[in-house]
Design a protein around this ligand. Structure first.
Ligand code: SF4
Length: 892
């Protein structure tokens, strides 16, 4: 068996993986954490650990097609190149666009960017990373003169105070969070503050949670800046020597945040809590501020980033162990995309479109006189231009904007009317692929070969476990082939990803010296890297130069920045609330975010039954007081509506929500849920500097959805339901689960179930069926089990009080059901003496809530450690530890 070191393709933590291929033909592979990888030292979260369940050929896009007709690669590539050339000839380069992804490897990204900005001659290439961290890029560039992440994971372990701001790292960056948790266990002096409108799983280790009013983070950090100055806690020497603009930033901060009371009132926080935060920040030298989408996804996201950075510059807490402003990126290669210039407002190798010297330098390096010299359209503006018919051809790579973009219904309509939509992806059925004129099959994670950069600037190799499936090709190859057909053969004559990485490294080093202008991103050590060196590449943090070949763990250690005078810049920040405020018609603020066990639009994670068990359906979290006022019961269906669109979701009542705020996860698509796309609801407001959408604050209303019946179906084979208004499909182990509901009257359930669930020859064979009906009460239950093997079951009721189907699902693993099981089947509950584990809490060890509740009671368990010792729950990736605590007895 062959063990290969590679990297997890999900979040920005960038965990190293050891994959052992057990059977190439069936894509069987076992996955474990790479104990030598400096990002994770062997740990993996639930998503990384289940990668082996997601590499089958199910739903893979395996051959090229044009207008739904399968074609060979030559025809597909000729067609794409010809159509792009024709549209450019008729309407100019601004009439075409690429929308790419933080899922691409750096080499893919580099080639896409080079083609669009260097040879087509427009900067109309943007990336889904726009939705995730583009405000952080603006923040760093404004302050440091470069998009430089100063910190690393060791700083989290060396800190004495960590602020998690707009970051539910426990779920979104689980292994980085586990490192923080461990650091806190090892160092009782380490204080954790969570600044987030919601009480999230990250609060589990918090010494202080500040449920700040949505959107008020900049004011809070302005308050810290003012407090530092008022209490003589600024580092005047650092400010004088290494920065500029402090007085103006302080002046602005003091205006609205000059006192603790002012800040507390504006942020909706108790004064004591604000005072504690200010005091801790002022008195703790080793402070790291971690910030993520809760900061970035805002119409003032860039300013919030700079408000945070201002505080670190003022206290000189940057460039030293255990301190710094640390942006956590969401995607596995968002950072690689930043390096190659995958954003519409950056060039390549951390150079700028609007700097003539940079444009000239890149042009000379690439051998092109067409390099774009002005910004292209950022994601929201790009899809607006498609909707307006200004962009007539778009190539979408490895992303699903019909789900993830704000105002997603408009994005869908834009693509429906676009002249040419090309989609390259490894997945066949996505909401976006459905709208493509041309589909190009790309290699998936287990086949790709290249590099990614994690959120601490660490470049790691992603190595192939299997050969490409079907006719799939690497993204860089597809783009290069189109580029060659467009007439750019010499510049795109790559034979391997190693060729591209070498060129990328050489560009980063090109005229990167004091004589021209030093740039932060420099891989000069790899500019001549040969194939064997590339294959053997070890994880390393850039810059990696000929004089610093081991990379750089930390930046700005000498207080020298990348501005023209080498000084960091304070940015005066005037806090602004979200653009759209709740009103009488839309009185709630909708927040969106990620779940623990799913990734983005679930195209891969939903293939792993284990990952679907934690939260199987779209849901909305609401405060108990709001739920009571609106008469919303747990698990009932609600409609959430904004001025832009609507969605349906199950109610989850959660006291961790603020009154007047709602939270929905970002993951569900039209492919697996009829009305679960949150993007349809989100307002398309953007930050004026970064173009990042305000995905955390949309005014909405929420109302009970008047379902007249609810149904759960479990079936060994997959099913289709025409005309059912609400439907969600969930992959289980050996079965498919469907949750259905409708505002229509119920039907003849007997006839419906028999036509739907059974083979034709068994439909009328009563011996194959169990059945229970109470027409008056609206209950119907049936099971189809020829030869006592469960094939399917249907539970219908007038409300959402159907049994949780955990036990029923477990019956599909059995060849034959016992008599007791058959007798219990229609109740949905196990026979006496058999356990129903309930909803899964610990995905690593498949431990359900009923099992935990029972064990805690029966064995008087007092701590998470007790639960782990008893059930193993919580001892794997550790992401469920916060939830496990909810089962423990409350202190009296
Ligand atoms: S934390 Fe989880 S999702 Fe993120 S890289 Fe590590 S294993 Fe993958």
């Amino acid at each position: 068996m062959n063990t290969i070191k590679t990297t997890c393709p999900y979040c920005g933590v960038g965990c190293g993986i050891e994959a052992t291929v057990e059977d190439r033909a069936t894509h069987r592979v076992s996955i474990k954490g790479d104990s030598n990888h400096p990002a994770n030292f062997g740990r993996l979260c639930s998503k990384g650990a289940t990668l082996g369940d997601t590499v089958s050929l199910e739903n893979r896009l395996l051959s090229p097609s044009i207008q739904g007709q399968r074609v060979d690669w030559e025809s597909a590539l000729d067609h794409v190149a010809e159509r792009f050339k024709t549209i450019i000839a008729q309407h100019g380069p601004e009439a075409v666009a690429f929308y790419v992804s933080g899922q691409l490897l750096t080499e893919d990204y580099y080639v896409a960017n080079k083609l669009m900005k260097g040879f087509i001659g427009t900067a109309n290439i943007d990336t889904n990373s726009r939705l995730c961290m583009s405000s952080a890029v603006v923040g760093y560039k404004r302050a440091f003169g470069a998009d430089t992440v100063p910190c690393n994971y060791e700083d989290l372990e060396q800190a004495e105070l960590i602020l998690l701001v707009g970051s539910n790292a426990a779920w979104c960056h689980p292994i980085a969070f586990q490192r923080i948790r461990k650091a806190k266990e090892n160092n009782p002096n380490l204080k954790i503050v969570v600044i987030d409108p919601r009480a999230t799983a990250s609060c589990d280790i918090a010494d202080l949670h500040l449920p700040v009013k949505p959107g008020m983070d900049a004011l809070l950090f302005n308050g810290i800046l003012a407090y530092l100055q008022q209490n003589n806690r600024i580092d005047q020497t650092y400010i004088d020597t290494h920065t500029e603009g402090f007085a103006a930033a302080l002046h602005e901060a003091v205006k609205a945040a000059g006192s603790i009371e002012q800040v507390a009132a504006a942020c909706g926080l108790p004064s004591e809590a604000v005072a504690t935060l200010f005091d801790w920040f002022a008195s703790t030298e080793k402070t790291v501020t971690v910030y993520s989408q809760g900061i970035n996804q805002s119409s003032s996201g860039s300013d919030k980033c700079n408000a945070i950075i201002n505080c670190h510059l003022a206290s000189g807490r940057i460039g030293k162990p255990g301190m710094g402003p640390f942006s956590f990126t969401g995607q596995p290669n968002a950072m690689g995309g930043r390096e190659v210039g995958g954003l519409a407002n950056t060039l390549a190798a951390h150079m700028d479109l609007e700097n003539p010297e940079h444009v000239d330098r890149v042009g000379r390096f690439w051998g092109s006189d067409k390099v774009a010299d002005k910004q292209g359209l950022k994601a929201v503006a790009m899809f607006d231009a498609i909707a307006a018919g200004q962009i007539k051809a778009v190539w979408i790579m490895a992303t699903n904007p019909v789900v993830s973009m704000p105002d997603a219904d408009k994005v869908k309509r834009a693509l429906q009317q676009c002249e040419l939509v090309v989609v390259s992806d490894c997945i066949a059925n996505t909401d976006t692929a459905k709208l493509a004129h041309v589909l190009l099959p790309a290699t998936g994670w287990s086949e790709k070969d290249g590099t990614v950069t994690n959120l601490e600037r660490r470049i790691s190799r992603q190595r192939p476990l299997f050969p490409a499936s079907g006719e799939a090709k690497h993204d860089w190859w597809i783009i290069s082939q189109v580029a060659q057909r467009m007439g750019f053969s010499d510049a795109f004559n790559y034979q391997s990803s190693a060729d591209i990485f070498r060129e990328h490294a050489a560009l980063s080093a090109f005229e990167n010296d004091a004589e021209h202008q030093l740039r932060d991103f420099n891989l000069s050590a790899f500019a001549l890297l040969d194939r064997s060196g590339y294959d053997a590449l070890q994880p390393v943090q850039w810059p990696v130069t000929n004089v610093q070949s081991a990379g750089a763990a930390r930046m700005f250690t000498d207080g020298q920045y990348y501005t023209s005078n080498r000084k960091a810049r304070f940015i005066p920040i005037t806090p602004r609330p979200p653009v759209n405020a709740p009103d009488n018609d839309y009185p709630f603020t909708l927040n969106t975010g990620r779940l623990r066990d799913q990734w983005h639009t679930m195209t891969r994670t939903s293939l792993a039954a284990k990952l679907n068990a934690h939260r199987p359906e779209p849901f909305v979290e609401i405060h108990p007081a709001d739920a009571e006022r609106l008469g919303l019961a747990t698990r009932s269906l609600t409609q959430i509506e904004s001025r832009w669109g609507s969605m349906l979701a199950r109610v989850e009542i959660n006291p961790g929500q603020q009154i007047g705020s709602l939270f929905v996860p970002m993951h569900w698509t039209d492919q697996i849920s009829s009305h679960g796309r949150m993007g349809a609801v989100v307002n398309p407001v953007v930050d004026p500097h970064s173009g990042q959408p305000e995905s955390k604050q949309t005014p909405v209303k929420i109302n009970a959805w008047p379902a007249r019946w609810y149904a759960t179906i479990l079936s060994r084979r997959s099913l289709q339901f025409a005309g059912v208004e609400y439907q969600v499909s969930v992959r289980g182990d050996h079965y498919f689960r469907y949750e259905l509901a409708s505002t229509d009257p119920g039907q003849d359930w007997r006839a419906w179930s028999r036509s739907l669930l059974a083979a034709v020859e068994h439909r009328d064979e009563d011996s194959c069926w169990l059945e229970y009906s109470d027409q008056q009460a609206g209950h119907y239950r049936t099971a189809y089990l020829p030869d006592h093997e469960l094939q399917a079951c249907l539970l219908v009721g007038p409300d959402c009080e159907l049994p949780e189907p955990g036990w029923l699902g477990s019956l599909f693993a059995k060849k034959q059901l016992s008599r007791a099981e058959r007798l219990s089947l229609l109740s949905g509950l196990p026979p006496k003496g058999e356990a129903d584990i309930g909803r899964i809490v610990c995905s690593c060890f498949n431990v359900g809530e009923k099992t935990i509740r029972h064990a805690v009671q029966a064995q008087q368990l007092q701590s998470v450690a007790d639960i782990s010792a008893c059930l193993s729950a919580g001892s794997g990736c550790g992401s469920c530890v916060a939830e496990l605590k909810e089962f423990l007895p409350k202190p009296s």
